[in-house]
Design a protein. Structure first.
Length: 277
């Protein structure tokens, strides 16, 4: 009996101890979230006020990447970097032996068609059964016209694909081809630019700002390399966007009121466009 009472008392002591621990207050760690440091996607913010700012670059008024429209082997490169060229000057020549052979073939077919037509015409008054019908003559005339068209086409291809000519007066900026090399259609072999006059093109003007930009608005361009600011006006706003670092941007072209000395292709600039006009 004493043993049973001892066991009951022991159990009660354990239960009371457990209840005491359950009622004890434990410190709960507090988590503080700093909303100011939360990471959010970075979006371009529109320029405030009536002025729109953007980075820009100096470019020529005209420049061109030149290439051939057909494959061929280069026979001559007539210019080198730095040369001045005029519109129509022959810059690079291709081997034209295949194209010339096609012209000769087309001319031979034309000669045959013309001889056939002449024969029929001469026999129109024939008293025997040799007299051709009007239908035969019309067919022969049509053959001559087709043959002449093929000759004209072959000559045009020869003229267009054998020589690479300058589209405007300018300076040769780069030459990426040598004699005896084979060029592919569309491969850029030369770059020329008109270095007599430069303009400014923006590189990061936001899609949020471009609706406020209009042709004719006044602008200023600070040329870092020259440490000087120049005035100008907007002459073009791109109709299609590009993407820079995940941001959608539009190219805006600014024509300077004067051409500063020392200005070079590729110099960086900071522009401000007066969008309040």
């Amino acid at each position: 009996m004493k043993r049973v009472v001892f066991v009951v008392v022991s159990l009660l002591a354990i239960l009371l101890s457990a209840c005491g621990q359950a009622n004890s207050t434990e410190a709960v760690p507090t988590v503080v979230i700093d909303a100011g440091n939360s990471s959010q996607p970075s979006n371009q913010q529109p320029s405030s006020g009536g002025s729109i700012s953007a980075s820009a670059i100096v470019v020529p008024m005209q420049d061109a990447n030149l290439s051939f429209t057909s494959i061929g082997r280069v026979t001559e490169v007539n210019v080198q970097v730095g040369d001045k060229v005029q519109a129509g000057d022959v810059l690079v020549q291709l081997d034209t032996s295949i194209l010339e052979a096609k012209v000769r073939e087309a001319e031979a077919n034309l000669t045959y068609a013309q001889i056939s037509l002449d024969y029929l015409v001469r026999n129109v008054g024939c008293k025997m059964n040799c007299a051709p019908s009007q239908q035969h003559i019309e067919v022969a005339e049509n053959d001559v016209a087709k043959a002449q068209a093929l000759v004209d086409s072959a000559k045009a291809v020869l003229a267009a694909q054998s020589n690479l000519t300058a589209p405007f007066a300018g300076t040769v900026i780069s030459v990426d081809i040598s004699p005896y090399e084979t060029v592919a259609p569309g491969q850029v072999v030369m770059v020329i630019g008109d270095l007599s006059k430069y303009q400014i093109e923006t590189t990061d003007l936001s899609e949020r700002d471009v609706p406020r930009v209009k042709v004719g608005q006044s602008a200023t361009a600070y040329i870092e390399a020259l440490d000087e600011e120049f005035s100008g006006k907007v002459v073009d706003v791109a109709r299609i966007s590009s993407e820079v670092g995940g941001d959608v941007v539009y190219k805006v072209t600014i024509e300077l009121d004067k051409q500063p000395a020392g200005l070079l292709w590729g110099m960086s600039a900071d522009v401000n466009i007066d969008a309040g006009e």
